[in-house]
Write a protein that binds this ligand. Sequence first.
Ligand SMILES: Nc1ncnc2c1ncn2[C@@H]1O[C@H](COP(=O)(O)OP(=O)(O)O)[C@@H](O)[C@H]1O
Ligand SMILES: [Mg+2]
Length: 227
Amino acid sequence: MLIASLKPRTMGGTTNTGLLIYALDRAGYPVTGYDADESLQLSAWARDVDDFPCEVHEADTPAFAETVYGEMDHSRINVVDAGHAENHPDIVDSILEVADLAIVTVSPTNPDYDRLTTPERGTPLAKVIRRSAALRDSGKPPATVVLLNRCQAGANSPRKFADLLAGGGKDGSLPKWDVLSTRIPRRESIASAVGFPCDKPERKAPYDALVTELTRLGYLPAPGASR
Ligand SMILES: Nc1ncnc2c1ncn2[C@@H]1O[C@H](COP(=O)(O)OP(=O)(O)O)[C@@H](O)[C@H]1O
Ligand SMILES: [Mg+2]
């Protein structure tokens, strides 16, 4: 299967992608990474760090569906880190053509919520995802979930923005998102994760919870089940 990690602009996407890969590996899944962001930070992380659990292939191409996807081992959990959708819509379109699950990283703040839902320029990500249906074998967009990142402990903002996203905004007129109950906390040790060893408790626990929730929701096979 292919999981796409998406975000409209910088939101903690690469951090989440790398630590999700690390958690999937610890849960016993065979996992392979793909870096479709021109900054290539995920592939550099995998290259430079001893405990990064798998290979990450460079895959920053608008021909992702044709060239990269065709070569994948589909019995594995393949995870691709997409670049900022605002800047690389062509690559994101090609990933959405073939992804089984899209995880959209969003921070619970006004500017990040606005960039996701009502950007001043460009196409809202919900519309980009919806229109991918036209190019997919299923004729439907990929299953999509929102993962709230950089959530301040004890703050109201994660709940507030989860409600806004799930409810289609203040008046219900915007697209409605499935928001995961797993929240990635705002933490210094997560902020400094990219490019550094993964094996720290705070770089594990929230992402173990993420894998558990994705499994419970049926997006991942049960660990150890044949795929
Ligand atoms: N859970 C977190 N807590 C605090 N800071 C975070 C967290 N996740 C990411 N960051 C910070 O957010 C910024 C963007 O992260 P990055 O993963 O590079 O995002 P993206 O790939 O979306 O551009 C970085 O400065 C990183 O340190
Ligand atoms: Mg990144």
